[in-house]
Write a protein that binds this ligand. Sequence first.
Ligand SMILES: C[S@@+](CC[C@H](N)C(=O)[O-])C[C@H]1O[C@@H](n2cnc3c(N)ncnc32)[C@H](O)[C@@H]1O
Length: 277
Amino acid sequence: MCEMPDLITEALSARLDGVGAVPREQDLYAGTGTDFYERLVGHDRAEIREVLALARHVEGPILDVAAGGGRLTIPLVRSGRRVTAIDLSDDMLAHLRRAVPDHSMVECVVADMRDFSLGRRYELVIVGATSITLLDRAGRSRLYANVHRHLAAGGVFAFTVAAGSSAATLTVPREEEIVVPGPDGDEIYLFSQQMEEDGAARLVNWVRASDLVDGGEVTVFTSRLRVLTPEVLSRELVDAGFAEPAVFPVRTDSGAEILLLKTSAGPRKAADDDAVE
Ligand SMILES: C[S@@+](CC[C@H](N)C(=O)[O-])C[C@H]1O[C@@H](n2cnc3c(N)ncnc32)[C@H](O)[C@@H]1O
């Protein structure tokens, strides 16, 4: 029996073995993964209304953390806001640069959300698309510290997390077919989710159904995420020196249940002043 690849679920591995297909892992946020991600969620309007509403209350540039292809940055820029967009993946930011040719409105910075120093403070810092779940506990602590150092006095930090029935789908193994729109029409992909670390994390894969042929090399898009609740994240924020967050439902067309957590920095510590110099 062949050794199971690290980032491919056992169920999908078995399926690939069954048809004699050869997997090639591809991070969802690099290379061709970025095109797939844009096809998968680029059209999703969730969170945009709420982020634009937050932006109306602030002046100056907005910091979009893990901005990716700019699903949230682009509407902010279109509404006349200047945005600093940071992301670990230059490939993801390339989509954003193409969509916003006016570089005076958006500054793209390749940076890790666990460790960044942008030389200024922001009145609004956002993390959309539940991207906070990309980070483990240590990573989230570092994110909170970095956001704290970059928030202007009275500034707002807002991010999203799944809730209710949507969150429930993130806690169980799943194998299902999904339709993914593309330039040449819809395509069927197999989605596979495996729970790990006693349910604290999930490994997710997508593979194009028509690629499952004997001897064929199959691109398997992969990501690994934490399973987090609004309650846990609220506690973490307070421990990290933020105010108890206000929690708002995000309106979605798909019926997905998403919550927006909105908080602000507590009293500034002396150490905070180093980060932005
Ligand atoms: C779910 S996508 C969100 C993209 C966009 N904000 C949206 O709303 O569609 C997650 C993004 O986080 C980025 N990312 C993953 N780990 C990161 C890290 N440690 N620091 C910064 N960005 C990271 C990925 O490259 C990807 O663009």
